[in-house]
Design a protein around this ligand. Structure first.
Ligand SMILES: [Zn+2]
Length: 254
């Protein structure tokens, strides 16, 4: 079975790598390794490009517009949510450019670093909101139906009958902004049996999450949180972070 070495589990801030193409299909390009983060857990995927030599005549830059995990092994442990590991990673490109790729060729993979940085801020903001919600209304995070993590905002949908009210939203916002202001350290570490099974930790709050994360909370700036009813038992929380600072100093090319 084809699998891709996920370099981001060793170095989340590496933005380029040299890789060997192992599969070319209409689903996209699979390489032996990649720095490109696939969509997952509601977080949108990286975008970026391949740099390739076309028979050593010209250097081509071919964009990939999405990245997805393929089918792999199931990691099944009692102390961790079930996840798929040892998967291939598909980089989606326009089909007309597939002809430039051959199995065995070397390519350079480069991600759009600013997009990654924004998605990372967005993703971290959602973690802090979940921490704050758990303080304001204990247990409600088990009702999260879905998350949507984009560059400019993040959304959380809850299956909830007794919806969060204005006062609770204000308390959650204050709590998140205090967490940001204190610039608390964020740690990630792998499960003892699987490096792709990652825990996220801030203060005493620990959860399973293999997304992209900041090393501390300050980069988010502050958050603005709004709520919207999406039906009888469905509530949407939207998180914006207009004063974020991109942590560009963390990223490196090699
Ligand atoms: Zn996360």
């Amino acid at each position: 079975m084809i699998k891709t070495e996920k370099i981001y589990y060793d170095d989340l801030y590496l933005t380029t790598c040299i890789a060997t193409v192992v599969e070319v299909s209409e689903m996209g390009i699979v390489c032996d390794q990649t720095v490109a983060f696939p969509e997952g857990g509601g977080q949108q995927a990286d975008k970026g490009c391949f740099l390739i030599e076309d028979n050593f005549k010209q250097r081509l830059k071919i964009l990939f517009f999405n990245v997805k995990k393929g089918v792999g092994d199931v990691f099944l442990e009692q102390d961790f949510p079930t996840i798929s590991v040892n998967t291939p990673i598909y980089h989606y490109i326009e089909v007309e450019y597939l002809r430039y790729f051959k199995v065995g060729m070397k390519v350079k993979i480069c991600i759009d670093v600013e997009r990654r940085a924004r998605l990372t801020i967005s993703h971290t903001a959602i973690h802090l909101v979940l921490m704050a919600i758990d303080r304001v209304r204990k247990g409600i995070i088990t009702y999260v139906k879905g998350a949507d993590i984009r560059e400019d905002l993040a959304r959380l949908d809850f299956f909830i009958h007794d919806k969060l009210n204005d006062d609770e939203i204000m308390k959650i916002t204050e709590c998140v902004n205090e967490l940001i202001l204190n610039d608390y350290k964020i740690e990630t570490y792998a499960h003892v049996k699987q490096k792709e099974a990652v825990y996220w930790k801030c203060l005493d709050y620990v959860c399973a999450c293999g997304g992209t994360h900041l090393p501390s909370t300050k980069y988010i700036g502050n958050v603005r949180i709004t709520k919207k009813s999406k039906g009888k038992n469905l509530q949407r929380i939207t998180i914006e972070f207009p004063n974020h600072v991109l942590p560009m100093e963390l990223y490196h090319k090699d």
